[in-house]
Design a protein around this ligand. Sequence first.
Ligand code: 16G
Length: 217
Amino acid sequence: ERNSLVGSEMCIRDSGKPIVNGSANSNNSYLFDSSILAKSINTNELKFSYDKFELKFNETTNEYWFDLGDNLILRPLKRDDYERDYLKLLEQLTVVGNISKEQYESRFDAMRSSQNTYFTLVVVDQQRNKVAASTTLVFEQKFIRMASSRGRIEDVVVDKSYRGKKLSKILLDVACLLSKKLGNYKLSLECKDDLRPLYEQFEFSLEPNQNYLCRRF
Ligand code: 16G
């Protein structure tokens, strides 16, 4: 029955040599060192091509980001993205609840200090000063597979007013390449039936005889 596939885990596998995460994060405002993006994401290695996808660098702040055109940029989550309605964006995915700025910042700091674990990517509309789309790539370190790590694609969300601009595709393309370059042996995600075609474009598939089981509290 088709419904039995709801929430099933989809997975892609890759074997890659881990590359060392960039130097210590010199910039306090990014969740992770953006030089990792610059080193890992070569436009010609992305699965799809986009109208504009241009690496930019600010020598003063030492920050990298990608210019997507149309006043949109792609970069790591920033500590002040609370002001850019990041949590309101997440509300379009699931329940967020009332999170104060202080609570957001303290969770951000905890995530930032978990080295090599949280890679939240955001697309920001610079004209409206608003987060338009986001996803988080999460790494889980393992002893298995020669002390490898697995990746998970989490919290993919595009603001209603920015749908149809290929933002989820761009974010997934970047997250998948990042996962591969940083040496995950597999990458997985959970999704509803209607989103399967999106993820299948990135070679995610239901693995035979694998079930995603979930207990909620
Ligand atoms: C979806 C998301 C997952 C998110 C969950 C929230 C993707 C690929 N999957 O499964 O990351 O955390 O929804 O729903 O974005 P929940 O609050 O019911 O767990």
